[in-house]
Each structure stands twice: as structure tokens, then as C-alpha cells.
Design a protein. Sequence first.
Length: 357
Amino acid sequence: MDYAPLIEKRRTRLQELETAIAEPTLFDDRTRAEEIMREHRRTQALLNDWEELCNARRQLAEAREMASSEDEELAEMAALELEELTPRISKLEEEVQYSLLPRDTTEDRDAIVEIRAGTGGDEAALFAGNLLGMYQRYAENRGWRLEILDASPNDIGGFREVTARISGEEVFRFLKYESGVHRVQRVPATETQGRIHTSTATVAVLPEAEEVDVEIRPEDLRIETCRAGGAGGQHVNRTESAVQIFHLPTGIMVRCEDGRSQIKNKETGLRILRARLFEMKQREAQQNYSAQRRALIGSGGREEKIRTYNFPQNRLTDHRIGYTVYNLDIVVSTGALDDIISHMQHAEMQERMEELK
């Protein structure tokens, strides 16, 4: 496919964006300003990738010519260069192709990540904690910020459920594949006979919603306050800082008790509620997607088993694309999710290209 005409359109668009950024009134509308700045960064990154790709292709052509040289030393150097250039060009082509596809408007959003212990009792709660730690380290690797919004820890260091907000550049683009049931197979620390147990935790990744995305009417809410439970010392025992928000039309209930003030917990609860309502709206829109893409990305539902973490075999398998790696310990301990997410993005891109044909 010849990308040159599409690239020229992006060059023209970049000039338009730079003109808009130079306007002194740009930040009078902060939402519009943020959208323009994000689009400018994306467009500039695409053009940089395109320039690098063109240079790499030129170098590849030169290396191929040198590889056929009668000078053995020169031919050997060219062969080494070919080995380096080929995967680099493949990666750049994929990045350019992905950037040129019609963009999901939620990909630039920050994300609300909800993790809940599933079947397996304390072991499931410990696994939920492992997943949170994995996402924390992945966020750090990408220069993102993770903020715990609400948490219900258990007595042995795990979580019955935990909700976090992850903010940064294109968070939802990378984390959207994590929604579903995560299954773990391992020998729990409490197991005395060395038997392998199977437990689960559910993950829901929601694009953070803005007020313009979802209208929440005060009359549709019932807000209750109560004392926070669990650890926290005298503060949580003496003040009614926990907040429960009921959205009457949908039956959605959000409870927040992690903040030290009722006001903070109410703000957090409304943020989570807005994200859940926006997710419902998005899931309805996803009915228009192809069956393959719905199977790949999922609906965000907690009923879909997407991944198995087998610790005895140090194996991690993503069932949606049949991809397996044997460095599970590194993935979980360091947040090394880039390889898995890259394969998910590649599979999604192929499906989207099919849809455009």
C-alpha cells in the first residue's frame, strides 16, 4: 500500500495544528487545547516514524547492494546491517500503519482499572494484588502515574478489590486489552501438600470519561455516607468518610472509602461512576464491530477468560491470540507487558485492516 498520499495529508494537518497552537486564545478552552496538543504530538510522532522508515529503507537498499560485493569484508558488514535493518523496518511499518488507521477516540484517555478477586479465596485476593503490582510497574516503565482510588485489602496482603486511575500518554490504547478474567495456576503459600490451585481475578479497564461524555443528573443519584471499614486507625473509626453512590436508572453502585474526607470520596465515586456509564455507552457502540474484533478486544466484560498465568511452568498464555511466553516471572515482577500488548495490537491492526477492505 502506498502511504505517501496519507502522509502528505498529515503534513498539511500538522501545519494547521501548529497554527492553532500559536493562537494566544488556545487555552481559553482547555478541553479543545488538550485535544489539539494530543493530536499534534501524535501527528509529529507519525511523521518522525515515516522519516525514519524512509531512511531505513534507503539504508536497506544500499546494504543489499553492498552484500553482493566481491569484497568479502564489505559484504559481511552489509549482511550484519541487513540483520539489524529488517526487524527495525518491520516495526516502523507497523507503527506507521497503526497510526494511519481510523482512530478510536478513547485511545488517548487515561484509564480506570478495577481489579477484583474471583474464585479461589485468599489466593485469588493475593493474585489480585499481584496484578495490581504488575500494572504499577508497567505504568512506571511507560512514565505513567498510578493512583489508588479505592481498595479493600484482605488480612494477608491481597485485595478483595482495588480501583486505580492510570494517567499519562495514550493509557487506554495500551491497557484496553487487559479487561477480562485472568486465571492463575500455582501452589499457594498456604498449601502444605504442594498441590497446584487454580484461582481467578477479574480486570475491567475503563476509559476515563469527561462530563461531556455522560450526563449525570442529581435526581438520578442516591448518595449515602457511612463509616469506612478495615484498617485505617482512629480516623476511619470516628468519621463517616465513606461514600456510597447509587445510580438509580442503571442500578450501578459505587462505594469509596479510601480517601480521608467525604468530599474526596464523593469526587472519586462520581469519577468511577462516570467511567462505568461511559463504558456501558461504548459497549453498546461496540455491537457495530466485527465479531472477530469483539472477540479480540473483548467487550470489557468480566466473564471473558483472556489469560492464564501458570507459575510451575513459568508460562503465560493469552487465549485470544494463542500467544505464549515462558518468562512469566519477569512479566509479573517487572511489568514487562510490552511484548504481549504489542502482539495484541498487531492482531487488532490486522482485523481493522480487513474491515477497511
